[in-house]
Design a protein around this ligand. Structure first.
Ligand SMILES: C[S@@+](CC[C@H](N)C(=O)[O-])C[C@H]1O[C@@H](n2cnc3c(N)ncnc32)[C@H](O)[C@@H]1O
Length: 302
């Protein structure tokens, strides 16, 4: 399991793409600028960039109020959140309690919601918030409920991120609105990395997901962005077509020897960005846009 700077595990998380993003920032004179994830989720790349001072500030947006509550708790109540992490007993009884809090539409306490989100993310299979618990309700599996809940590690990550609180802008809105409304206020030297829910998968992975029309609306909003951007997606004919005016790369080829598997299927890039030379061999030409290989099965870790 790769070491990440985020406390969240995320189905389809893109942390392994961090070296590619660092390369793009470097090539384009964007180091120490700002960086935005309109579909933040676990925000693995954003955290590594900020905590290692590749960028001076990050924008995190996610429409899911549970994800927002988690990040809000990290930034504004790190001590209380850390205390809960330390004190909680990671048991099936507690899992039922936290699940109830998570699903309760009347729960207005942001720390309660934020902690329940973290608890389920760390104790459910693949981090899927509405999924089943690791090891099963009877705990008969090989892995048990607590195997991904390392209290010391989680607390350390929460406190480290909280130290950067004044360099993080957190919002909870629709990504297309976010890029139109919040974004114009960012520095002109900002890279936007959009990682929308997969076109082909979604309902089973995330609480919120996109319909075909939403993907199209997003593609329109991205085309109008004044800041430079990249988008990662699963490889489907619909997505190839939506972005056919922009350079598109298939990541089935390795970016470098160190990265065995980039983990995304398509990367669409703003024409204004200089990309690593190795991308040339991954470019999808106009004629090949209609030919799509079968989507690879999603790799989901326990
Ligand atoms: C593919 S995941 C992002 C994963 C993230 N890049 C990572 O590495 O952890 C997609 C995220 O988009 C969020 N989302 C879904 N629909 C959205 C919308 N309309 N606006 C903003 N966020 C949305 C989901 O809640 C989910 O967290």
């Amino acid at each position: 399991m790769p070491v990440t700077d985020t406390p969240l595990r995320y189905p389809g998380g893109k942390s392994q793409l961090t070296p590619v993003v660092v390369d793009i920032l470097t090539r384009n004179g964007m180091l120490y600028g700002e960086y935005a994830e309109p579909f933040a989720g676990g925000a693995g790349i954003a955290m590594t960039l900020l905590l290692n001072n590749y960028v001076s500030g990050i924008y995190l947006n996610d429409i899911d109020p549970a994800i927002y509550a988690f990040w809000h708790s990290v930034l504004h109540q790190p001590d209380a959140l850390s205390a809960r992490i330390q004190q909680v007993e990671v048991t099936i009884e507690e899992w039922h309690r936290q699940r109830k809090v998570f699903l309760d539409p009347d729960c207005t306490d942001i720390l309660d919601k934020g902690f329940a989100t973290l608890f389920l993310n760390r104790t459910n299979r693949s981090g899927i918030l509405r999924g089943g618990v690791i090891g099963g309700l009877q705990q008969t599996g090989n892995y048990k409920i607590g195997c991904r809940f390392n209290k010391a590690d989680l607390t350390r990550k929460v406190r480290r991120i909280a130290d950067y609180q004044d360099q993080i802008t957190l919002t909870c809105m629709d990504a297309a609105k976010f890029v139109k409304k919040v974004f114009p206020k960012s520095s002109s030297n900002t890279l936007v990395n959009l990682d929308p829910p997969y076109f082909g998968k979604g309902p089973e992975l995330y609480t919120n997901f996109y319909k075909a029309a939403d993907h199209a609306k997003l593609a329109d909003a991205v085309s109008l962005l004044k800041r430079r951007w990249i988008v990662t997606y699963d490889d489907t004919p619909e997505i190839r077509q939506l972005y056919d005016a922009h350079p598109t790369y298939s990541s089935s080829l390795n970016y470098s020897a160190q990265i065995k598997r980039v983990g995304v299927e398509l990367l669409v890039a703003d024409r204004r960005l200089k990309l690593p030379p190795s991308f040339a061999s991954m470019e999808i030409t106009r004629t090949s846009r209609v030919m799509v290989r079968q989507p690879a099965a999603m790799r989901i870790a326990a």
